[in-house]
Ligand binder design. Structure first.
Ligand code: SF4
Length: 251
């Protein structure tokens, strides 16, 4: 996920600000074009507030712990801009926060699909029933699921900053592995949370999956101040781990 603090362009039109329904989903960030959120595609990115996790390395934590600090961007404005971007962007990535906690997410996606755009969903996988129904209704074209740690209670709770029902995480993984939709698994790697054996253990659990992408921890502004300024793993180490993981997944 991009960092909302650094990357997002939000250009609300004052005239449109009051036209959105009170009940509509709250959108806190709108990045018009991204070349990195969906490999091979140019996408706009929407950032939804709130999350049921508190990952200590989260770099979008202001959306999680202080959503009121960000003004809503009117959906009407966003839809109008997306229509203008036709032919330039391939789709929209819905990120956050955790998008699946919002009851009106399907309606938002349906509106985007109505513009003829592809949709990618970023999720922590904690709501498998929502994920499954979005895929089965043909509302999402790609899912990126963050897997926080090896699938044991203690490691996962530590990396997610909250107790996690691992059965739900497993269900989301199993559902995506069926290949009904393009998917990516991703893990943000933090030296204080992940050792080599943790990542290899996770890779064995995900054996047969299309991919597990390792993302390096960004120490500039994590949710947990104790992680701020701590060193991430060297890129070379991460690359070697990526190769080891690849050979386990495709063994
Ligand atoms: S799952 Fe973790 S990293 Fe993602 S938005 Fe929630 S707290 Fe942040």
């Amino acid at each position: 996920m991009e960092s909302i603090a650094q990357e997002v362009v939000s250009l609300p039109h004052e005239g449109l600000r009051r036209t959105i329904s009170e009940e509509a989903i709250s959108i806190k960030g709108f990045l018009e074009t991204s070349f990195v959120d969906w490999p091979g595609k140019v996408v706009s990115v929407l950032f939804l507030p709130q999350c049921n996790f508190r990952c200590p390395f989260c770099h979008n934590h202001s959306l999680i712990i202080n959503p009121e600090g960000h003004e809503d961007i009117p959906r009407t404005y966003i839809m109008a801009r997306l229509a203008e971007l036709e032919g330039w962007v391939d789709g929209v990535c819905i990120s956050g926060g955790e998008p699946t906690i919002h009851p009106r997410l399907p309606a938002l996606i349906a509106e985007i699909k109505g513009l003829g755009l592809l949709v990618k969903l970023d999720t922590n996988g904690s709501r498998p029933h929502v994920l499954q129904s979005l895929v089965e209704e043909g509302l999402v074209d790609c899912v990126a699921m963050d897997i926080k740690a090896p699938l044991d209670e203690m490691s996962y709770a530590r990396a997610a900053g909250a107790p996690v029902d691992l059965e739900k995480i497993r269900k989301s993984i199993c559902f995506l592995q069926k290949g009904k939709v393009e998917y990516q698994f991703r893990t943000t790697v933090v030296p204080a949370l992940h050792k080599e054996e943790d990542l290899l253990h996770l890779a064995h659990h995900l054996s047969g999956s299309s991919s597990l992408t390792l993302q390096n921890f960004r120490p500039a502004d994590p949710l947990d101040p104790q992680l701020k300024g701590t060193s991430p793993y060297p890129e070379e180490w991460l690359k070697e781990m990526g190769e080891k993981i690849g050979s386990i997944l495709h063994h």
